[in-house]
Ligand binder design. Structure first.
Ligand code: NAD
Ligand code: TYD
Length: 340
């Protein structure tokens, strides 16, 4: 049996990937390494807590800690690494960039060193479309050959990591792939990000803080479609290649929030326009022709269907949500939104 080391597996996309793999690709053992920051939530993988250790194992560990990682990777005889672990929220990176550079760049490098030392078969770096910077409304969508022009400390740290991953391929011949995906949504997303934050606020009849005019556009992808794409890249991707992953669902923030309100049957009067995010990227859009042609992947979930599923998930998992809305979260919320 081959073993995949998944980092950041207690976070939003990482935990969805672990669920996806343990359900659909039982031929792999999954070893999950996570530091358990505010965003790492063991409840995301509760059903695997006392699972067969030959199929799934969790280690609390920082990806910047090379020695501990190496020990785990040797003990578990890992074949592949999929690196989801990161500080992932743009607003927090504006507030305090330091940890973003440390985890996202140096953490990735420590993992690359483990991969090199153990001659692993494939290293997948989970990157983001945000490394390309911002598009104008009329621009064509991002392709993989564009220059990197990140605008936030978060996207700059992800772009830097991409360059280091690429260099380990060119210099040391490490078999890598980089995936650059658009905005994900779905179960287990921490309510600092747009969709779960708006759902949680609407459920509590709290104001919905839309930045600026709400005209900014994102291309939304249902998280399970992203997970499937990552699996295909791991299995069939050409070493050294970069793959864009998109949802084929561009929409403005304001439109998205209105769609959520409609599903939740809440009034539009909850929407409030607040001070814009500094350096706020106007638009992201993904051209995913390459992964479609080479790996026959396409997003399956239509935005309306995925949003309905997601809202239902949050409605049915209010206990999960309530555990997150603790003192620390409320402090964060006040800091970011009070008097904004
Ligand atoms: P998340 O913030 O929900 O989860 C991040 C996870 O990484 C958490 O479990 C956290 O505990 C863990 N982590 C953080 N620092 C760590 C460290 N030093 N060592 C070990 N674990 C650490 O993030 P997410 O939204 O699931 O994003 C996962 C990855 O996907 C990130 O690399 C992000 O850049 C990328 N990405 C996210 C999106 C999106 O829309 N959320 C889109 C494209 C790409
Ligand atoms: P976010 O979920 O933080 O993802 P990203 O910044 O990585 O795209 O935000 C998505 C969009 O929603 C972005 O344009 C900023 C906007 N936004 C709001 O208008 N209000 C909010 O409270 C949040 C969190 C985001």
């Amino acid at each position: 049996m081959e073993t995949i080391l998944v980092t950041g597996g207690m976070g939003f996309i990482g935990s969805n990937f672990v669920h996806y793999m343990l359900k659909n690709h039982k031929e792999y053992k999954i070893v999950n390494v996570d530091k358990l920051t505010y965003a790492g939530n063991p409840e995301n993988l509760k059903e695997y807590e006392s699972f067969d250790e030959n199929l799934y194992k969790f280690y609390k560990c920082d990806i910047s800690d090379f020695e501990s990682l190496l020990q785990i990777a040797k003990r578990e005889k890992i074949n592949y690494i999929v690196n989801f672990a990161a500080e992932s929220h743009v607003d927090r990176s504006i507030d305090n960039p330091d940890i973003f550079l440390k985890t996202n760049i140096l953490g990735t490098q420590a993992l690359l060193n483990v991969a090199r030392k153990l001659n692993i078969q494939r290293f997948i770096q989970i990157s983001t479309d945000e490394v390309y910077g911002s598009l104008k409304f009329e621009d064509p969508a991002f392709t993989e050959d564009l220059p990197l022009k990140p605008n936030s400390p978060y996207s700059a740290s992800k772009a830097s990591a991409d360059l280091v991953v690429r260099a380990y391929h060119k210099t040391f011949n490490l078999p890598i792939n980089i995936t650059r995906c658009s905005n994900n949504y779905g179960p287990y997303q921490f309510p600092e990000k747009l969709i779960p934050l708006m759902i949680n606020n609407a459920l509590n009849d709290k104001e919905l803080p839309v930045y600026g005019t709400g005209e900014n556009i994102r291309d939304w992808i249902f998280v399970e479609d992203h997970c499937e794409a990552v699996y295909l890249v791991l299995k069939e991707g050409e070493p050294g290649e970069i793959y864009n992953i998109g949802g084929n669902s561009e929409t403005s923030n304001l439109n998205l929030v209105k769609r959520l309100l409609k599903i939740l049957n809440k009034p539009k009067s909850l929407i409030t326009f607040v001070k814009d995010r500094p350096g706020h990227d106007l638009r992201y859009a993904i051209n995913y022709k390459k992964i479609k042609q080479e790996l026959s992947w396409e997003p399956k979930t239509k935005l309306d269907e995925g949003l309905k599923f997601t809202v239902d998930w949050y409605l049915n998992n209010q206990e999960w949500l309530n555990h997150i809305i603790n003192e620390e979260y409320l402090k964060y919320y006040d800091k970011m939104y009070k008097n904004r």
